[in-house]
Design a protein around this ligand. Structure first.
Ligand SMILES: [Zn+2]
Ligand SMILES: [Zn+2]
Length: 250
């Protein structure tokens, strides 16, 4: 299985509009972060996790021509509202929990039912429940319940990898589903605490408890600092993800 990081930025992306800090003006490509999303591939099957407003640009850069499934973590703008650009990919199978699917139908009514507008994306909706096991495009998928402040959202375990973004807390029982991971991807916003996202220090503590062989941090803000400096400061087997990073043969 391969994981390609299409975006590793927080909701504003990096650079931050109107900011001239060292990160936002950095010439290191690894400091340039589109909204968070990954493409998980197993042979010729492809699963997209989250489809934010940068999806078009991300799909062009990664030469996406087909998706077997789109998994959504939650309904916030930076995770879901690039979905109109799925229109050129034919039939799309979208997996999320019912609350999120309802928001999708409400916000993109022209894609559904009798109202479906010609040329609009074809979206087949599939409900996910936390902690159930699904086989999606040949990959074992277990949705995990994590909390984004007070909003319950989903992380995902896919075979021996897990992708958790926008998490502020999670129940101890979730750890039972994170045993024996080869790769953990988890959010880390910046250095100082934030009400709805874990900061780097908290992310390192969770990563240590989860004990994946390798951990990559994503959903970073410009306040995280320069990639090159932060990367050097991280504990063993923990890394900052960056846009375009590809993990192969996991
Ligand atoms: Zn987000
Ligand atoms: Zn900045």
């Amino acid at each position: 299985m391969d994981i390609q990081f299409l975006g590793t930025g927080t909701s504003t992306g990096v650079p931050h509009i109107g900011c001239d800090c060292a990160v936002c003006t950095s010439s290191d490509k690894r400091d340039f972060r589109l909204r968070s999303s990954v493409l998980v591939s197993e042979q010729d099957r492809h699963i997209l996790i989250d489809c934010g407003p940068d999806f078009r640009q991300q799909a062009l850069a990664a030469h996406v021509s087909y998706l077997d499934a789109v998994l959504i973590t939650h309904e916030h703008y930076d995770h879901m509202w690039g979905m109109d650009d799925l229109r050129t990919l034919g039939d799309n199978h979208v997996y999320a929990e019912d609350r999120v699917l309802a928001v999708l139908q409400k916000n993109m009514p022209y894609c559904f039912g009798e109202n479906k507008y010609p040329g609009s994306p074809t979206l087949h909706l599939h409900t996910l429940l936390p902690f159930q096991t699904y086989l999606i495009a040949g990959i074992q998928v277990i949705p995990l319940r994590v909390m984004h402040a007070r909003l319950p959202i989903l992380g995902y375990r896919l075979n021996n990898c897990a992708y958790i973004t926008d998490m502020k807390s999670m129940d101890e029982q979730v750890l039972n589903y994170l045993d024996g991971l080869e790769v953990l991807v988890i959010n880390a916003l910046r250095h100082t605490p934030h009400p709805s996202h874990i900061a780097l220090e908290e992310a390192c503590a969770w990563a240590k408890r989860i004990g994946a062989k390798r951990t990559y941090f994503t959903h970073c803000s410009h306040d995280m600092g320069l990639y090159e400096e932060v990367e050097k400061s991280l504990p063993e087997n923990m890394y900052l993800a960056y846009d375009g990073l590809r993990l192969t043969n996991i």
